[in-house]
Design a protein around this ligand. Sequence first.
Ligand SMILES: [Zn+2]
Length: 276
Amino acid sequence: MRATASLEELLDHFAFNRFNCPYVFVVVRDHLDERPPGGPPINGGVNNGGGVIQLGRQKLTEDRRFQSPLRHELGHGFGLVHPNLYGESLSDSDSVMSYNESHFTNRFREALRIPRLSCEDIRALVANDRVFQDLNATAVEELCGNIGNRKKLKTLPPMRKLGGMGYEVRVTADVNSEYETQASNVVLTSILPDFASDTPDEIWFDSNSMWQSTQVSNGWITLNIEFPLPTPLDQINIYSRHSGEYHAVTSAHVLRNSGASYEQVCSESNLKPTQS
Ligand SMILES: [Zn+2]
């Protein structure tokens, strides 16, 4: 049985969907083949919610070190990535997300070296509010120190299809894009500055996380944002003025599509740029 099939059953049982599920499920299965256990997060990205881990039952009795892959996969389930993505050694890093052999357990005996959570691991867990609502930034401050030294968080991809529910928030625009940007960048990306850069204090133009439309004569562009399930609207933050200088948004209308027609939700025609 695929991980998605087990997960669909579990979500159903606990009355969650992929977006509000706060659990990482550990599924112990009979006759799972000998591949190493897998543990993908459900949604990927930052604040990704839960995940699912599949483990062969035989591993529990036949593999003396089963505890170490279990905690490593739990990390993946919570959305953590391998340390080499942060420039650390995959074989020597202290992180539980490495392949460091001195982290191997022996049945119920602890490893030679107890693995740790790296600064990036902790930041990623703190960012996952859907699972860890009570974690705050204090641990991050203590462990990671100066904000300028922080690396940009890396994430795992989402499970694409689950119970017929897709993942993507679909974004289309009524104008073309420029500078190799995509309209879909207006959602689900993090805002630069990138703390791993040489000049972490400066904001610059980044085609992977920003969107620039072609010039329009009347100054208005329309974005259609389509969610995969009914989504409450709490607030909208509009980030504009790339590099802190260009193309500030001064007016916005928000409309909700209800069947065939659109109805106005809110309208603001005197937006003041703020520096934050
Ligand atoms: Zn791994």
